[in-house]
Design a protein around this ligand. Structure first.
Ligand code: LMR
Length: 394
């Protein structure tokens, strides 16, 4: 039976992990998959996570199933982290999900059940897995302009013009912060203008938040979500704890749906739990239990906020360091978008050919689009990186 299937190429992002690992050059640099790295190029377990895990080992009494929605405590803490203190109890359903991707998949199933003819509008470009993940679930996708590859700015007017043509009940997928792959986020004014269009056209915002805390801060990074929450009647928010708690492989995420009213909340609640039951039955517990412990304990929570700030500041300083080196070494090229972007990513702005050259000649790995993960840059490798970039440009 299976011989009828075709051989597929490896995933554009995850495939780079193995390629990089197999490269024996000492000077190689991994700017591929979006994971945080320290100055030493490591992705250690956060100290605060280690502490919470120890508490779990000591105190956890059972590994019995926890239910389709996961931990009620985790769900309410995540809701507060994203939506703040706004009282949404009557209208919001939040479930724990297996990572951001798991929550996106459940969201896709909910869209298909509720409104199969709606299209999901995605930014061009968007995270490389958004379209495969949503379309393999059966959702229809349409692109809206987002990034000007020449000028390295957001095409905001074109984005709005496109969304003005969306049909009522269409869904707009947005990145709350640290837009992946461009690193360029909407300003407060732009979130407000976008909210007006969403209301005017009767669209449903679907916000993906995988990097809360990596741009400007935990509250600052959810400005757009909190603003929209005040005005829209329905919204979907898919969130991940992979990056900000460093829990990548433990698969910790959540899906929140804002309902029109209390009655629709009850219906959504029943449907979403049914979707979960029919896909993976119950979410994994360990990572979410760790997040719950941290968010419920003031001391651990403060430690986490500090560790997160350290990651954020390191990314910022590496952006500046690379930019300043490129400016000093090759002032004729404009790399200012490196420091206008936030979070883990931005485009380097070189061609696919040059990306291949960087890999082949210098052992520098990045996604073909020239998306770089800033966390792969360290004070030790930045000079080599800048020299190599200039070499392929000339
Ligand atoms: C990325 O964009 O590199 C990360 O979100 C990892 C992934 O799964 O693609």
């Amino acid at each position: 039976m299976f011989e009828s299937l075709e051989l597929l190429s490896t995933d554009a992002i995850l495939g780079l992990i193995a390629e990089y690992k197999n490269d024996t050059r000492l000077e190689k640099i991994d700017l591929g998959v979006g994971v945080y790295r320290t100055m030493d190029g490591k992705t250690p377990v956060l100290n605060v996570v280690k502490k919470a895990e120890q508490m779990l080992v000591n105190d956890q009494e059972s590994k019995v199933y926890i239910g389709t929605a996961g931990s009620a405590n985790f769900n309410s803490e995540i809701q507060k982290l994203i939506f703040g203190e706004i009282d949404l109890n009557d209208r919001m359903v939040t479930i724990q999900a297996p990572g951001g991707s798991g929550s996106l998949r459940v969201a896709a199933e909910m869209i298909l059940r509720a409104s199969p003819s709606s299209s999901v509008w995605v930014s061009e470009p968007t995270w490389a897995n958004h379209m495969p993940l949503l379309s393999s679930a059966g959702v229809s996708i349409k692109p809206y302009p987002y990034y000007d590859f020449e000028k390295h700015v957001i095409k905001f007017d074109e984005m709005l013009d496109t969304l003005r043509n969306a049909s009522a009940s269409d869904i707009v997928l947005l990145h709350a912060c640290c837009h992946n792959p461009t690193g360029l986020d909407l300003s407060k004014d732009q979130w407000q203008l976008l909210t007006d269009i969403v209301i005017e056209r009767d669209l449903i915002p679907f916000v993906d938040i995988a990097y809360q805390g990596f741009a400007d801060g935990l509250d600052e990074d959810v400005y757009g979500i909190r603003h929209m929450t005040k005005f829209v009647s329905e919204m979907i928010v898919s969130s991940s704890c992979s990056k900000n708690f460093g829990l990548y492989r433990d698969r910790v995420g959540a899906l929140s749906i804002l309902a029109k009213d209390k009655d629709s909340k009850r219906i959504i609640d029943s449907q979403i739990n049914n979707v979960v039951r029919t896909i993976y039955s119950v979410p994994p517990d360990h990572g979410a239990a760790v997040v719950s412990l941290i968010l419920n304990n003031e001391k651990l929570r403060n430690e986490w906020i500090l560790e997160l700030a350290e990651m954020r500041e390191r990314l910022k300083s590496m952006r500046i360091m690379l930019y300043e080196l490129l400016l000093a070494k090759a002032p004729k090229y404009d790399f200012s978008h490196l420091v206008r972007a936030t979070g883990m990513f931005c485009f380097l702005g070189v061609t696919e050919e040059q990306v291949k050259e960087l890999k082949k000649d210098f052992g520098i790995y990045m996604v073909n689009s020239s998306r770089i993960n800033i966390a792969g840059i360290t004070p030790r490798n930045v000079n080599y990186l800048a020299n190599s970039i200039i070499d392929v440009l000339q």
